[in-house]
Design a binder for this molecule. Structure first.
Ligand code: SDX
Length: 431
């Protein structure tokens, strides 16, 4: 029998038959519009709350196989990139589709190094926040504010201009993050040090005190670089969808990144790493783990934060790398005792029917916070540490969206469930 890549549909309301082409495992939602009961009919739409089964775009950047626990950036496996690459090299790869030559990487690193400074007015802007403002709230606002410092960024159809803004954003995220932290703890801002690499410079701006030069521990600087590689992109997650959606209005990239960072801030997304640490601290000791798990399963307690994923129905490959990395970091920092509680939670959850049936495994956020805490970052900095590297992925996806001839302003439809037309009632006649 010859198989055809089509879907045959019979509309039982009219008896009419339709044949829709199947491409790349999908049918075009717009093809359903032709299925009508009469000429007045608008035609069929798909209804897919939270986009559980909708491909929003075609993308060549990141590939995930959720069942097999596979993650690749531009075809390169995440574990190999974590072992052999650097965050800036991966940022270049995401943006350009190929690993850079030695010269191209040196040029990109030099460009990023020379765009790490912020306009002095940004210090006044950050100083305007409350003394105890959450650094992620400061980062979201400050990135958005940068759009007012670079009005030329609105020219998003000019490639050279786009690339300049992309370099600025990748370069300035660590500075904004570090200055938000320094504001929160009441310490003076530390300027970027062009002699240092990307993560060592970030650690210097975070931690330097009276010393003239900050010496980052090379193991910790490398560990942070690996964590940045692991967090750089993850196809059409909530914050990337925000980046693409907001970017589709042709707004400047600073405003679109602010929207993406706001989406990442949520505890179900990039805020989960902070929520995991608060959860582990709440559990407090190994003997309390069974009770906590029971409360999660009963639905009374919180979710098991750091577990579960919309796409991965297997172990998140990033969590595997992070769990191993944690012990390398603990060699330098001393063991974070909370890891014993995390390992016990994982052991029980991976054996428990509730979690097994729902295919809930540790995700990228389950172990990362333990490393951040061991490295001396406060818990509220954890989502910020997610946003810094993810800006490379957001920007690569943004550029791909702009270049995609099929894309236009994002504007979904709805199923209207409200009142039918009704006359206005004057206030004296309202019940
Ligand atoms: C990230 O999308 C990405 O790629 C995101 C990310 C990236 O790199 O960009 O990977 C980063 O955001 C990782 C996820 C971090 N979030 C958390 O760890 C928060 C805890 N996890 C969940 O809230 C949840 O698993 C989500 C949000 C991650 C996924 O939610 P889904 O796919 O919408 O799943 P669901 O809420 O429909 O849950 C299905 C079932 C439900 O039970 P039933 O209603 O069927 O009885 O599983 C249960 C849920 O209650 N469930 C959990 C759970 N996650 C889902 N139960 C307990 N603990 C959990 N963590």
């Amino acid at each position: 029998m010859t198989t055809k890549n089509t879907l045959s549909i019979t509309d039982n309301r009219t008896g009419k038959a339709y044949e829709l082409p199947i491409t790349d495992g999908t049918i075009r939602a717009l093809d359903l519009r032709n299925i009508k009961v009469d000429e007045e009919d608008f035609g069929l739409m798909t209804y897919d709350p939270a986009f559980m089964n909708t491909a929003s775009c075609r993308s060549a950047i990141t590939f995930i196989d959720g069942d097999k626990g596979i993650l690749r950036y531009r075809g390169y496996d995440i574990a190999e990139l974590a072992e052999k690459s650097t965050h800036l090299e991966v940022s270049y790869l995401l943006m350009n589709g190929e690993l850079p030559t030695k010269e191209a990487l040196a040029k990109f690193e030099n460009e990023v190094t020379h765009h790490t400074f912020l306009h002095e007015n940004v210090k006044d802007f950050i100083d305007g926040f409350r003394y105890d403002a959450h650094p992620m709230g400061m980062l979201v606002a400050t990135v958005g504010a940068l759009s007012t410092f670079y009005p030329e960024a609105k020219d998003i159809r000019n490639r050279d201009n786009r690339r300049l803004q992309i370099v600025r954003l990748i370069a300035k995220m660590p500075t904004i993050a570090a200055w938000s932290y320094r504001h929160e703890v009441g310490l003076p801002y530390v300027y970027p040090d062009n002699d240092l690499g990307y993560t060592a410079n970030f650690l210097s701006m975070m931690k330097r005190m009276a010393e003239s030069k900050y010496q980052a521990n090379p193991v910790l600087a490398r560990a942070l670089d690996v964590l940045f590689i692991l967090h750089a992109d993850h196809e059409q997650n909530c914050s990337t969808s925000a980046m693409r959606g907001v970017g589709s209005s042709e707004v400047d990239p600073y405003s679109a990144v602010a929207a993406a960072a706001a989406a990442l801030y949520g505890p179900l997304h990039g805020g989960a790493n902070e929520a995991v640490l608060r959860m582990l601290n709440e559990i407090g000791s190994l003997d309390k783990v069974p009770d906590f798990i029971a409360r999660v399963k009963s639905g009374e307690g919180s979710r098991l934060m750091g577990f579960g994923h919309r796409v991965y129905k297997n172990y998140d490959p990033r969590a595997k790398v992070i769990k191993k990395l944690a012990y390398d970091v603990f060699e330098v920092t001393g063991k974070n005792p909370l890891i014993d509680i995390a390992v016990e939670l994982e052991r029980i959850a991976l054996e428990d029917e509730y979690f097994v049936k729902r295919k809930l495994y540790p995700n990228v956020d389950f172990y990362s916070g333990l490393i951040y805490q061991a490295m001396g970052f406060p818990v509220d900095m954890f989502p910020v540490l997610f946003a810094i590297p993810r800006v490379a992925g957001w920007l690569a996806q943004w550029e791909e969206m702009l270049a995609d001839k099929e894309q236009k302003i994002s504007r979904p439809r709805q199923i209207y469930t409200g009142h039918d037309v009704r006359p206005y009632v004057t206030i004296d006649k309202r019940g």
